[in-house]
Design a protein around this ligand. Structure first.
Ligand code: C2E
Ligand code: MG
Ligand code: MG
Ligand code: MG
Length: 281
């Protein structure tokens, strides 16, 4: 059968696969050294209060400034980090860096704003997660209420492990945000039993809101549900004025938005330049 497909066909396939595996192995090795080489960066994307267009917080988003490939997005290396276990080290580094930056901005005369950091499932299952976060806060001097952790619905599937961590974090005063809300399998019952503070409406609903009544209705429903449950709510991925206008923000005072329409994720320096009142910077 191999013959039927032609010798060349087989060989090309195997060479491609070989190349892919080598590249992947190479990236894995380099990722292991990236922290030590200071190649990882944290970018920050502003969250904007829709009412008055003020930046109320930022989301920390990791980047890898690869020596030859340039600035890599998380989708190219977070999955590798998760498979190899490197995510623990990278996750801790991102958390520390984000907390440190908030304190730093404040010390230098900037605003004191909360930062939200994405947790991967591995980090979230760590038995000593609460302890580690507590240590990081003490080390960096950031008050717990200025740290928010973003988890996804799928991470709540194992309620026993999950509840302990969520309650522990809540007790510290850290806030919990449900990322990409609406795409997963969480139930309304989950919203009732888990200590969740914020819903971030997934970008897919926002992007179709202006062309689909269905998506618009879903977004309005989540906003009004969040309001009644006294949860903060964020519309993710606002790219256009039309999308912003069709947000039913009259339903919920204090609704926040995040997206390219306001700002792309920026380096810490760029945030200072574009979003801080030019006082001491
Ligand atoms: P996420 O947490 O849902 O983050 C939002 C993503 O949407 C970011 O992509 C952001 O750049 C992008 N985004 C924001 N506004 C817009 C918009 O208006 N239009 C479009 N098309 N995209 C927008 P990014 O930075 O590539 O991150 C992708 C995902 O990688 C994140 O999704 C998060 O799940 C994960 N991630 C990022 N940083 C970390 C990290 O430090 N740790 C872990 N475990 N995961 C991370
Ligand atoms: Mg997020
Ligand atoms: Mg998200
Ligand atoms: Mg997302």
């Amino acid at each position: 059968e191999v013959k039927k497909n032609g010798k060349n066909g087989y060989r090309y396939y195997s060479e491609d696969l070989d190349k892919l595996l080598t590249e992947r192995f190479e990236l894995e090795r380099e990722l292991g050294e990236a922290i030590g080489r200071r190649e990882l960066l944290v970018y920050y994307q502003p969250l904007i209060r829709v009412e008055d267009r003020h930046m109320v917080s930022v989301e920390a988003l990791v980047r890898w400034n690869h020596p030859t490939k340039g600035l890599l997005l998380p989708e190219t290396f977070i999955p590798i980090a998760e498979e190899t276990g490197l995510i623990q080290e990278i996750g801790t580094w991102v958390l520390r860096e984000a907390c440190r930056q908030m304190v730093q901005w404040h010390k230098r005369g900037g605003p004191l704003i909360p930062v939200s950091v994405n947790l991967s499932a591995h980090q979230f299952q760590q038995a000593d997660l609460v302890h580690n976060i507590e240590d990081l806060l003490a080390e960096t001097g950031l008050e717990a209420r200025y740290l928010e952790l973003e988890i996804t619905e799928s991470m709540m599937m194992d309620p026993t492990a999950c509840l302990d961590n969520l309650h522990g974090l809540s007790r510290l005063g850290v806030r919990i945000s449900l990322d990409d809300y609406g795409m997963g399998y969480s139930s309304l019952h989950d919203l009732k039993i888990f200590p969740i503070h914020k819903l971030k409406i997934d970008r897919s609903f926002i992007s179709d809101m202006t062309v689909s009544d269905m998506d618009k209705a879903i977004v309005s429903t989540i906003i009004s549900m969040a309001y009644h449950l006294k949860l903060d709510v964020v519309a993710e991925g606002i790219e256009t004025k039309d999308q912003l206008d069709s947000l039913a923000y009259n339903l919920c005072k204090g609704i926040q938005a995040q997206g390219y329409y306001f700002s792309r994720p920026l380096s810490a320096r760029q945030v200072e330049k574009e979003f801080f009142v030019p006082l001491r910077f």
